[in-house]
Design a protein around this ligand. Structure first.
Ligand SMILES: [Fe+2]
Length: 579
């Protein structure tokens, strides 16, 4: 039985195809359209999922959608009415989209896909909960979902047992940790629903001097982690911005203009927000533990991408195990809705665990060779063994390498299929990757991938972190990896096991053999503002447009010093939006 899950029309559109409860493929639409966080109907992603399975839409038994659009519309209308006439400009902007597109989702799905069967709509937070618990290794677990907003809910507490999920408590709009984080992201001059990770990366540079102010004025927090926001300071329920004049008066300045200097003030604000976020999440998790007394925790929702907070849950709560799937934001709800239909609605036993994120398109050596030959691109072909040896030698020789191997990752992180790799011991690697490849702000650290069996020796990490969603301290005697160690001594860690990605594992193993270091710097293979590369052509363009030294693609290695200059009529930087 095939079930297709769809999430779209808010941000990070995605599709996922299940066959008898197992994920065959899952992918975000942005990878095909090359528009970051693309929210449009995921026509390309669906087409890929069907072709990967070798089926047509008529072979699909159910299509699931990741929220209930009419309830969401009701929330939006109710909020506009409550805040009228202040909400009028925002109302005028939002309503046409709803009238022309969002309320017609069943028709859009049916017409665009030519699908004649049933479409099932599942509550947004139930999809988040399902996206984690139903593909987790746990038979029984506590579930915490936290995001901006679904229909009305902004966070839910629940329990999963077997194929059943029960959400027993929630927080409702406008009181939302996700929206609080979005509001500060906006205030700090970054793109909302896109650059929240930058705020998290900025926080360790500052001191949380505004923490008390946030907790006193903006948020009334209860011991169970529930809270009410003081809406006097926010505009997202009625306006076109996230925060308002009262907020600026409270902090003593207007929002930072994008791309202007980041001052100590901004670092302190980021640190204060991050501290408040961690405090709220820890209280939520502790309350959930008290209520359920279960040792396993499944986290989901956009806020579950806050890996610093996740790291603190692991260290400071009574939960023994934690599962967060790689696309824990809205893209992952495509998995959630499909799994919910298969397991919870149809009552099928769970038999699938999401052990890796390699669920997207892949390209064979033949396809890659055809691409390179057709475009007259020089390359060298290697045996698998030589490919690993040569790549490890290049990284050890301080080269920055584009690594394009196997099926593309689902979710925002590069995990060893579409990665840029470098030597973490090189103090210049961070600057080289930042300035010549990512063309981005310098404050953000890069992440390490470490052989799982070496993780505890190098990092103060108690659990595996296969999806790079936990932050932990680098051990004091291992602080010789400046390009992956943040200013506060922390790192956002990916642990790797041989069975989850043998090629990437072997590369790091070989790098360890020749260098004595079982860690590589791993950052996503894309340029500033661009989604992760998907095809050999995307990878080649990124390689040529940036300061990457080598491109390892399938069994082939390209050397930048032997490439002819790329002839482009339009500056690529104008094609991608900043976040
Ligand atoms: Fe969500």
């Amino acid at each position: 039985m095939y079930i297709l899950g769809i999430s779209c029309f808010y941000h990070d559109s995605a599709a996922c195809l299940l066959k008898d409860g197992k994920i065959i493929s899952a992918v975000q639409e942005e990878r095909f359209t090359r528009k970051k966080h693309d929210l449009s109907f995921p026509a390309n992603a669906i087409k890929y999922c069907l072709s990967e399975a070798g089926i047509k839409i008529d072979d699909v038994s159910y299509v699931g959608f990741y929220e209930k659009p009419f309830i969401k519309f009701e929330r939006i209308l109710t909020t506009y009415i409550a805040t009228f006439p202040r909400s009028f400009p925002s109302f005028i902007k939002a309503i046409p989209l709803w009238l022309h597109e969002k309320l017609w989702i069943p028709n859009i799905i049916k017409t665009k896909l030519g699908y004649k069967g049933d479409i099932l709509y599942i509550d947004h937070h139930l999809c988040h909960a399902a996206s984690s618990f139903l593909v987790s290794p746990f038979e029984e677990a506590a579930i915490l979902t936290i995001d901006g907003v679904g229909e009305w809910e902004t966070a839910t507490y629940g329990v999963g047992r077997g194929a059943r999920i029960e959400l027993f408590k929630d927080l409702s709009f406008p009181h939302s940790l996700g929206l609080l984080y979005n509001a500060f992201t906006y205030y700090l001059g970054f793109k909302v629903n896109s650059a929240e990770y930058k705020v998290m990366g900025l926080a360790p540079y500052g001191k949380p001097v505004y923490y008390e102010l946030i907790m006193k004025e903006l948020v009334a927090l209860k011991p169970d982690g529930s809270f009410k926001m003081n809406m006097k300071y926010f505009a997202y329920d009625y306006g076109l911005t996230m925060t308002n004049k009262n907020f600026y008066r409270l902090f003593g300045r207007p929002p930072r203009k994008p791309e202007t200097t980041l001052e100590k003030f901004h670092e302190d604000v980021a640190a204060s927000l991050q501290k408040a976020t961690e405090e709220i999440i820890l209280r939520m998790a502790n309350h959930l533990y008290d209520k359920t007394k279960l040792e396993n925790l499944c986290l989901a929702g956009g806020v579950a991408l806050n890996c610093v907070a996740n790291g603190r849950i692991v260290k400071e709560t009574k939960f023994k195990n934690i599962f967060i799937q790689p696309a824990s934001g809205d893209a992952g709800s495509a998995v959630g809705v499909a799994a919910y239909i298969y397991n919870s609605l149809l009552g099928n036993k769970r038999s699938y665990v999401m052990k890796d994120a390699f669920l997207g398109p892949e390209y064979s050596n033949d396809e890659i060779k055809k691409y390179l030959d057709k475009n007259d691109i020089e390359y060298k072909k290697y045996s698998p063994d030589e490919l690993i040896k040569t790549s490890a030698r290049l990284i050890n020789g301080q080269k920055v390498v584009g690594w394009f191997e196997g099926r593309m990752e689902f979710g925002p992180r590069a995990l060893g299929a579409r990665s840029i790799l470098a030597d973490p011991r090189n103090p210049d690697a961070k600057n080289i990757v930042n300035s010549k490849i990512k063309f981005r702000e310098e404050f953000r650290p890069f992440a390490p991938t470490v052989l799982e069996e070496k993780a505890a020796e190098y990092f103060d990490l108690e659990l595996p972190s296969p999806f790079m969603l936990l932050v932990a301290q680098v051990r004091p005697d291992k602080r010789f990896m400046p390009s992956i160690t943040h200013v506060d001594g922390s790192a956002r860690i990916q642990t790797i096991r041989k069975e989850d990605n043998p090629l990437y594992y072997s590369l790091i193993e070989e790098f360890y053999r020749i260098s004595g270091c079982p860690v590589v710097l791993n950052t996503s293979f894309n340029l500033w503002g661009e989604p992760l590369v998907m095809t050999p052509h995307d990878a080649f363009l990124c390689f040529m447009r940036s300061g990457l030294d080598h491109l390892v693609m399938g069994n082939f290695i390209l050397d930048k010093s032997r490439m002819k200059a790329l002839k482009e009529t339009v500056d690529w930087k104008t094609r991608f939006e900043l976040d």
